[in-house]
Design a protein around this ligand. Structure first.
Ligand code: PMP
Length: 410
């Protein structure tokens, strides 16, 4: 019933394929710059000390069981998540115009939002029912939205010349999109480019989106990871909320808590300030609950319990902020080190973008052949678009990597 004409062989997921190839490589010098997961200076996964502490407390609890969570998830977790992303004294939270559901990490939150938009978003102009994503974007965005039958369109984002933001391209496309379109925005630490708009640029983007009545959907997978400051990394979202937008947020705790496999995340719908906002978000929430029930029934508990314990305890929260600074600080050090090693070698090209870009990734500007050569000759693994995960660099391999890059660009 399922011949190759109806079910063609799908290509392997590029990132997970890369991971497997790295694992099979026996060369001791091999370097993994593929997957976006934090590594310590010994290239090992890092369990955040605060997570270890919360986990131990959790395990010691004799009341701990494996019952189902409610459909919307752990209430202490979702309310703390609102405060984390919107601020402790957020008027939107105080006015009860935010509805939040715990999700299967960031991917699940995006999927829930996509399902909701596909089913209920009815802009005046049917053409507006497309979601605009940056070009390039995290590859999974395209398939998450396409699977939910939301047409995906692109806005330019990255300038090959400056290796920075193509602000004119981005804003002119958003400006000319049909009124009421959905626009997906990376809240901070854009994946894959590491390039974020400045605060002034965000203001301009908000102005255009307001004028065009576009609907913002923020993807926030790196809060605290980009600058090391939780509030600074949520600045753009909070600016849009202050501007009175109705919007959605997909919040992931994979990177900032290192809870990758535990799938802890949250979806938020923020209503615009109005006398009927509370009634509106209650209705929206009732439909989100049905979507959630049909997709996952109820979210996974363990990671959310860990995150919730940390988010709701002042002392643990302070330690978490310290751990975030450890991770973001190490990455910033690696950026500096890589840039200076390339410049010291006189490697052709400019390398300031390595430290201008932020977050986990850097878009190096290396082309597909150079990436291929790095892999074949130097056992360095990275995606073919030239993206490197900065977390894969450390004091033991950064020199080797700089030398390899130098060799392939000459
Ligand atoms: N959005 C972006 C831009 C990401 O980079 C990621 C993680 N790679 C996610 C969402 C979600 O990841 P997760 O489902 O693991 O939270």
């Amino acid at each position: 019933a399922f011949g190759a004409d109806t079910v063609p062989q799908a290509p392997e997921d590029p990132l997970f394929g890369l991971m497997a190839a790295f694992k099979n490589d026996q060369d001791p010098k091999k370097v993994d710059l593929g997957i976006g997961a934090y590594r310590d200076d010994n290239a090992k996964p890092w369990v955040l000390p605060v997570v270890k502490q919360a986990d131990e407390r959790l395990r010691a609890d004799p009341e701990l069981n494996h019952e189902y969570l409610p459909i919307a998830g752990l209430a202490d977790f979702t309310s703390a998540s609102q405060k984390l992303i919107l601020g402790k004294s957020s008027p939107a939270v105080q006015e009860k115009r935010v509805i939040s559901l715990q999700s299967v990490s960031g991917t699940g939150a995006l999927h829930l939002g996509a399902g909701f938009l596909a089913k209920f978003y009815n802009p005046q102009n049917a053409e507006a029912k497309a979601i605009y994503v940056s070009s390039p974007t995290w590859a999974n965005h395209n398939q998450i939205f396409a699977n939910s039958k939301l047409p995906v369109k692109n806005y330019p984002y990255f300038s090959k010349q400056t290796k920075g933001l193509d602000f004119d391209g981005m804003t002119s496309t958003i400006q000319s999109a049909p009124e009421g379109s959905v626009v997906l925005l990376h809240a901070c630490a854009h994946n894959p480019t590491g390039v974020d708009p400045t605060q002034d640029q965000w203001k301009k983007i908000a102005e255009i989106m307001k004028q065009k009545k576009h609907f913002p959907f923020f993807d926030c997978a790196y809060q605290g990871f980009a600058s090391g400051s939780l509030s600074r990394d949520a600045w753009a979202i909070n600016y849009f909320v202050e501007q009175g937008f109705e919007l959605m947020i997909a919040q992931s705790y994979a990177k900032n808590f290192g809870l990758y496999g535990e799938r802890a995340g949250c979806f938020h719908f923020v209503g615009a300030p109005s006398p009927s906002a509370q009634e509106e978000v209650t209705r929206v929430g009732s439909q989100l609950a049905i979507l959630q029930r049909s997709e996952i029934s109820n979210p996974p508990a363990y990671g959310a319990r860990i995150a919730s314990m940390i988010l709701n305890d002042d002392q643990l929260f302070a330690q978490w902020e310290e751990d975030l600074r450890t991770m973001s600080g190490r990455i910033i050090e690696m950026r500096k080190s890589l840039q200076s090693k390339l410049e010291q070698r006189g490697t052709p090209g400019t390398w300031n973008h390595i430290t201008d870009q932020i977050g986990m990734f850097s878009f190096t500007g290396l082309n597909e052949q150079q990436v291929q050569k790095l892999r074949e000759k130097f056992h360095v693994y990275m995606t073919k678009n030239g993206r490197i995960s900065m977390a894969g660099l450390n004091t033991n391999n950064v020199d080797y990597f700089a030398q390899a890059v130098d060799s392939v660009v000459r």
